[in-house]
Write a protein that binds this ligand. Structure first.
Ligand code: PMV
Length: 337
């Protein structure tokens, strides 16, 4: 890639994603090289909105949009992570520009709804565009992964996405499996926790291999990956749902049996899981999955979305729903400043 010295401004919306087969544990956490291949569905409505302006100054400025719509300096922990990603992007893109960055999410941050995936995918894309670059999808995926959030590598593209564990470290990137139009699945997210979780997913990856079940899951994964690819290709919802639910339980089994253990679930999580199993007994096909958090993504076909949403919102421990579905990936939008 040949970076042009353009000082520009760009704004993008990038979506979160929900993993069907989870990235959990790394071969090289510092370089975000995963222990296993993962597969996800990119969402349509859970979005990070990010504006980046390249500027001739020696520092980066990181701002968040507050509830009143005002720009405020980001909290130090968040700003440090963004600056780290900007530094890595400068290195990869061969640029010495610094940036003014502003960002907001339209969904609860850091609660297991993949805010790092959408946020860092948005940052990678907006920085590239502010520098006048149009990287390929593969290169964008590498750029997003440099944030340290592996799931961000999948959020730069729409539809159904696979992130193979195999390729060489520097070129490790996600690939599209099928576009959103191939299979319009819905995802009703039951919010049972909107506070930030106590252990970040990075903390979870770091200790995953200490679980006695970590190695066993690696043995089970080739068959699961095959089943998920096939279910997507054939649009077989029951086949997909069974594996996805099994995978989610195993991710949390590993988290809960890591040393020290991580418990992401709360009583609301268990109530939603139970309700979804009951929905199936009542004849409604719906399946649960959770990332590294308490909130539950309930996958269903669009014709069942209204009934699933009604059943979940009737649960006393569910404080709200985010009704989402498969989406077609990042897009250009209005500037935040
Ligand atoms: O992208 P990270 O490093 O925040 O890790 C994501 C971990 C899970 O969300 C639990 C699984 C996944 O593949 O998205």
């Amino acid at each position: 890639m040949d970076p042009k010295p353009t000082v520009g401004k760009a704004s993008v919306l990038a979506p979160a994603n929900i993993a069907f087969i989870k990235y959990w544990g790394a071969r090289d956490l510092a370089r975000t090289v995963p222990a296993n291949t993962s597969i996800s569905m990119t969402l349509a409505h859970a979005l990070s909105h990010t504006t980046v302006e390249a500027r001739d100054q020696a520092t980066d400025e990181v701002l968040l949009v507050d509830e009143a719509g005002e720009l405020r300096p980001a909290p130090e922990g968040f700003a440090t992570r963004v600056r780290g990603h900007l530094e890595a992007l400068r290195g990869r893109l061969g640029s010495d520009a610094h940036f003014k960055v502003a960002t907001r999410n339209n969904f609860p941050s850091a609660a297991g709804l993949a805010s790092s995936a959408s946020g860092f995918a948005a940052l990678a894309l907006a920085v590239s565009r502010a520098l006048g670059l149009e990287p390929s999808l593969a290169e964008l995926s590498v750029l997003a992964r440099l944030s340290g959030s592996g799931s961000a590598a999948r959020s730069v593209m729409g539809g159904y996405v696979e992130w193979p564990a195999g390729p060489s470290e520097a070129e490790n990137h996600a690939v599209p499996l099928a576009p959103a139009e191939h299979w319009p699945l819905a995802d009703v997210i039951a919010l049972v926790e909107v506070e930030a979780k106590e252990v970040s997913s990075l903390g979870g990856h770091a200790r995953a291999a200490s679980s006695p079940y970590f190695e066993r899951r690696q043995e089970l994964l080739p068959a699961r990956l095959h089943a998920v690819r096939r279910a997507i290709a054939e649009r077989n919802f029951e086949a997909l749902g069974e594996v996805v639910e099994e995978e989610a339980i195993d991710l949390h089994l590993i988290a809960m049996s890591s040393k020290p253990p991580v418990f992401y679930w709360n009583p609301g999580t268990v109530a939603v899981l139970e309700r979804v199993r009951r929905l199936r007994r009542e004849g409604l096909p719906a399946y649960s999955t959770m990332d590294a958090g308490a909130n539950v993504h309930v996958l269903c076909q669009p014709e069942h979305q209204t009934a699933v949403a009604a059943a979940l919102s009737a649960l006393p421990m569910v404080s709200g729903l985010v009704e989402d579905g498969v989406g077609s990936g990042p897009r250009t939008t209005t500037h935040l400043f």
